[in-house]
Design a protein around this ligand. Structure first.
Ligand SMILES: Nc1ncnc2c1ncn2[C@@H]1O[C@H](COP(=O)(O)OP(=O)(O)OP(=O)(O)O)[C@@H](O)[C@H]1O
Ligand SMILES: [Mg+2]
Length: 349
């Protein structure tokens, strides 16, 4: 049984009249990797700053290993933070930036040199040890900031969008590096991202936020397969929404709002007796799959779009492959349908 390490209890934060966080509560287990996921401005960085002690909550408490640390200064929390906008010392080299916190902790010169070498290798920046921040690219600076945060081996590591400035390849690599690092060091990690792929691939647990509130907490599989609201379904992964009444009789709940992921829509053989007729409007090649945008042919009036997005594996047999303007027959497997209350729809765009 994992111990609860960090507990966020009823945290709210107001800036004047604006409420940035509203009754945020969740627990983080020791060695857990948690991603805070949500749209821009939903309060992710504010929550991280409160955990780091850089900001005081208006109400609520932060409890670490059973101790209320809400009022404790940042340096005495055993929590390290890497900021969204990397804040390196411009007058110090890469190596000196990383060594800074270690010096303050009175590490020996040898231990510092070893640690700096180790973390520089981890972020692939051995060549940049003697360069100043101004001589590094944005992505490189971000990796130095990451190295600096992990050098101190904090109990809790807070990462605010550590990968957002990096190109796709480096990003993939660093995702695995951070995850490996997290496992090797035994740190508890909380990472902010607004990238759903990053959250799905890296997290043990995802905390989805919207407008300063926690809207769902679960494993990546939970939030993807069993989203608790249309907002979560739409924010994480691609999704089609439609009214239950749209396919008259074919679907279980005529009053509900239904949804299905593109990869769950099935293409039926051309000579099938049933199925929902549609026409292929456009096709996007996505590497391992094709994403098709279809126009339904049932012609009903509806407040929801008559369009449907479906994904087909690129490895599909050639004879099954569809072309532009081709007519197809679709099946929406009942067991894959997500059902929401009608009024849960807020129009997430
Ligand atoms: N010091 C402050 N004073 C006033 N308002 C603030 C302050 N800090 C943050 N806010 C507001 O609180 C809200 C949440 O900000 P926050 O930086 O936490 O969002 P975020 O989820 O990190 O967004 P992003 O993904 O864009 O980084 C925003 O509307 C922001 O303008
Ligand atoms: Mg932020």
């Amino acid at each position: 049984m994992k111990q609860s390490c960090l507990s966020i209890q009823g945290v709210s934060k107001r800036f004047g009249l604006y409420t940035a966080l509203q009754h945020v509560s969740f627990a983080v287990s020791q060695r857990e990797f948690v991603c805070l996921l949500g749209p821009s401005g939903c309060g992710k960085s504010t929550l991280l700053r409160i955990l780091a002690g850089l900001e005081q909550p208006t109400t609520g408490r932060i409890v670490l290993n059973g101790q209320d640390i809400t009022a404790r200064p940042p340096a005495e929390r055993g929590i390290a933070m890497m900021f969204q906008s990397y804040a390196l010392f411009p007058n110090l080299t890469t190596a000196q930036n990383i060594a800074f916190g270690l010096r303050e902790k009175k590490w020996t010169r040898t231990a510092i040199r070893e640690k700096v070498t180790e973390v520089l290798a981890m972020v692939d920046l051995e060549q940049a040890a003697d360069k100043y921040p101004a001589q590094l690219s944005g992505g490189q600076q971000q990796r130095v900031a990451l190295a600096r945060a992990i050098a101190l081996a904090p109990e809790v590591l807070l990462l605010d969008e550590p990968l957002s400035a990096l190109d796709a390849k480096v990003r993939q690599k660093l995702r695995r590096e951070i995850r490996r690092l997290h496992e090797e060091t035994g740190m508890t990690t909380i990472m902010v991202t607004h990238d759903q792929d990053e959250a799905l691939t890296m997290a043990d647990k995802i905390v989805v936020m919207d407008h300063g509130e926690v809207v769902q907490i679960g494993t990546p599989e939970d939030v993807y397969n069993r989203p608790g609201s249309p907002f979560v379904a739409d924010f994480i992964g691609a999704i089609n929404f439609f009214e239950g009444s749209r396919f008259g009789g074919l679907l279980p709940d005529e009053n509900a709002l239904l949804a299905i992921r593109p990869e769950h829509v099935r293409l039926l053989d051309h000579d099938s007796e049933c199925g929902i007729p549609a026409v292929v409007e456009s096709v996007e090649f996505r590497g391992s799959f094709y994403r098709l945008f279809l126009h339904l042919l049932d012609g009903q009036e509806s407040s929801f779009p008559l369009r449907l997005t479906i994904d087909l594996p690129a490895t599909m047999p050639q004879r099954m492959m569809v072309k532009l303007n081709q007519k197809v027959l679709l099946e929406l497997p009942l067991e894959k349908l997500l059902v929401f209350e009608r009024d849960a729809w807020k129009g997430t765009g």
